[in-house]
Design a protein around this ligand. Structure first.
Ligand code: ADP
Ligand code: AMP
Length: 213
């Protein structure tokens, strides 16, 4: 099963991806997590990407497409994968289409989580993430069982550097200008499923599993 979770920053992509991993046993490929790991490792690519991420801008396509080419070639992607936060531009979507064609595989579903901008700021400023496994919680809407501790791996939860009200504005701007046009791209491909992402986490999960069938 080759899946994609799609939506604005803070729409709930990472949260829902964790349930897809549990159900289908396929890996989540989050370009944001891969970039943050590169920053933690202080690689040249990470240091370059950091400048864009701190400002809420998109990292250049060439960097992102290179990351995805390497990642999809890995063994654990053989039975499928969940793309999270990729693609975010039309050139990225076209590169993915060409890459998947070369690999003789196709996208089964794109799950779009629709959430209005007015709800995004509250979601992002209350987000707590696990630096070890990438899981995402919310202080009010989706708290971890034990305060500040990851339910999945026991890691110590933290606030992402780019999760502040100022950066959210530019990230939403980038989403509307560069990423939202992909909705039409995937509708044309016949794989797009649009869900109401404003429902509770569990309700969205139910709708998502129903849509995947
Ligand atoms: P994304 O991966 O799309 O950037 P996340 O999955 O990290 O978004 O979710 C953003 C924030 O919103 C997190 O704090 C998460 O716990 C919270 N969240 C996710 N889904 C919902 C939901 N359906 N209702 C309320 N809050 C949610
Ligand atoms: P995310 O974890 O998905 O919220 O991504 C965090 C940041 O990483 C974004 O604001 C971008 O700066 C960068 N990023 C992640 N994925 C991509 C992508 N596919 N294209 C460009 N930039 C990305």
């Amino acid at each position: 099963m080759n899946l994609m979770v799609f939506g604005a920053p803070g729409a709930g992509k990472g949260t829902q991806a964790k349930f897809l991993i549990e159900k289908y046993g396929i890996p989540q490929i989050s370009t944001g997590d891969i970039l943050r790991a590169a920053i933690a490792d202080k690689t040249a690519m990470g240091m370059e990407a950091k400048k864009f991420m701190d400002e809420g801008k998109l990292v250049p396509d060439s960097t992102i497409i290179g990351i995805i080419k390497d990642r999809l070639a890995q063994d654990d992607c053989k039975n499928g994968f969940i793309l999270d936060g990729f693609p975010r531009t039309l050139p990225q979507a076209e590169a993915l289409r060409d890459l998947m064609n070369d690999m003789n595989i196709s996208l089964d579903k794109v799950i779009s989580l629709n959430v209005p901008d007015s709800l995004i700021v509250g979601r992002i400023t209350g987000r707590r993430v696990c630096p070890d496994c990438g899981a995402s919680f919310h202080v009010e809407f989706n708290p971890s069982k034990v305060e500040d501790i990851c339910d999945y791996c026991g890691g110590k939860l933290m606030v992402r550097k780019d999760d502040n009200a100022e950066t959210v504005k530019s990230r939403l701007g980038a989403y509307h200008e560069q990423t939202a046009p992909l909705i039409a791209f995937y509708k044309d491909m016949g794989v797009m499923v649009e869900l109401d992402g404003t429902k509770d986490v569990g309700e969205v999960t139910k709708d998502m599993f129903k849509a995947i069938g």
